[in-house]
Structure formats: structure tokens, C-alpha cells
Design a binder for this molecule. Structure first.
Ligand code: GAR
Length: 203
């Protein structure tokens, strides 16, 4: 088990509740990790506000700041490297990770997805759309998945999963809320297991 806190970089597009729960776990010692930078493709995201409130550098990088996708990808990898990121944590990041970033952080990028992957993953399956699809299909069970990130949406190695029962009375919103509570716990637990070596990212 390593003694030095693991340097975490984050990418997030929205509200940032998963980011917040991991930051809290870093702060209270649940995680032997230190957040070093938050990158967002949305200038006014909750995630960047959370970064600022926690005195963590926040960086806005998007097709607006870098219209060339290659340049954007290089800037993202460069920023993460500059801050010494050892593990990149995607926390509601709704864009694909570019080939350069994937190469520089090979096996060192993880994501959380609000379904039991491989079900209800892939392009266009994110956020509330996942829960709408689960309800439309009449699934009795759904959940959340932490997985490694590769060049295909939601197809990297599954590291941890948690199940959530669908209720007859669920709407996409109530289901999303119940799963989100579980996501917060699952992501922190997966990070604990990565840091302790129980999960080997190079396996
Ligand atoms: C979370 O439910 C996360 O699983 C989902 O977006 C939400 C972000 O919430 N991610 C995806 O759908 C990725 N494909 P947050 O901003 O409050 O953490």
C-alpha cells in the first residue's frame, strides 16, 4: 500500500456531486488522495464552482477554447501532466477522451456510469437518458458501474458495480436520485480499492 496521497485529476461537465463526494472523502481521510486539478468543458459548471470553493485549480477547456480537437486533447493531457495527476477521475464528464490523453494516462482513467454496464451504455447514453431507457424497458434492476476508460464509450474494464432495484412508482428522476446516492459510495469505495492495491489498474 502506498503512503503518499494519490494525486487525482477530475474532468466533469455538470453539477459535480460525484466530485464533491470524492473531495469530501479526501478531506476527511477516507481516501489517501489529494485533488490537484478539475477540468470542465462547461465554464459555468457546478464542478468548477466546487473546485473554486475548495481552492483546487479549475480549468475550462472546450471546443470554444480549442476548436481543433487534437489541440484540445493535447491541452487536456498537458494540463493534467502539469499538475502531476496520477489518476484521472471522470465525474459526469459528457465528452469522449481523446487519443493523446488516453495514451498519456494509459490504464489511469476511470469513469462512473449510472447503469449496470454493459447494459445501457454507449454513445448517447448518459445522465437522465439512461434512466429513461431502463424504465422504458421495464427493467427490475439497474445500478451504477465504475470502469476503466478506453477509446470506446463505456466499454473499459469494469472495476466495481452496485445494484439498485427499480420501483413501480419510479420516474427517471427518482431513480436517478437513488442511484446517485449509491454512486457517491461506489466511487469512493473503488478509489479506496485502487489506492490499497485491491484493484490493480494494470491487470
Ligand atoms: C452521474 O449520474 C454519472 O453517473 C453520470 O452523470 C451524472 C453526473 O452527476 N455520468 C454519465 O452518464 C457518464 N456516461 P454529478 O455531476 O452530480 O456527479
Amino acid at each position: 500500500m502506498r503512503k503518499e496521497p494519490l494525486k487525482l485529476g477530475f474532468m466533469a461537465s455538470g453539477r459535480g456531486s460525484n466530485l464533491q463526494s470524492i473531495l469530501s472523502a479526501c478531506k476527511d481521510g477516507t481516501l489517501n488522495a489529494v485533488p490537484v486539478v478539475v477540468i470542465s468543458n462547461k465554464r459555468d459548471s457546478g464542478a468548477l464552482q466546487i473546485a473554486s470553493a475548495n481552492h483546487i485549480p479549475g480549468v475550462y477547456l472546450s471546443p470554444s477554447t480549442h476548436p481543433d480537437p487534437n489541440q484540445l486533447d493535447k491541452e487536456i493531457a498537458g494540463t493534467l501532466t502539469e499538475y502531476g495527476v496520477e489518476l484521472l477521475v471522470l465525474a459526469g464528464y459528457m465528452k469522449k477522451i481523446g487519443p493523446n490523453t488516453l495514451k498519456v494516462f494509459h490504464n489511469r482513467i476511470i469513469n462512473i456510469h449510472p447503469s449496470l454496464l454493459p447494459a445501457y451504455g454507449g454513445a448517447g447514453m448518459f445522465g437522465i437518458k439512461v434512466h429513461e431507457a431502463v424504465l422504458a424497458a421495464g427493467e427490475p434492476l439497474t445500478g451504477a458501474t465504475v470502469h476503466q476508460v478506453n477509446e470506446k464509450y463505456d466499454e473499459g474494464r469494469i472495476l466495481a458495480q452496485t445494484e439498485v432495484k427499480v420501483k413501480d412508482t419510479d420516474t427517471a428522476e427518482t431513480l436517478a436520485a437513488r442511484i446517485l446516492e449509491q454512486e457517491h459510495q461506489l466511487y469512493v469505495k473503488a478509489l479506496q480499492d485502487i489506492i490499497s492495491g485491491k484493484i490493480d489498474l494494470d491487470a
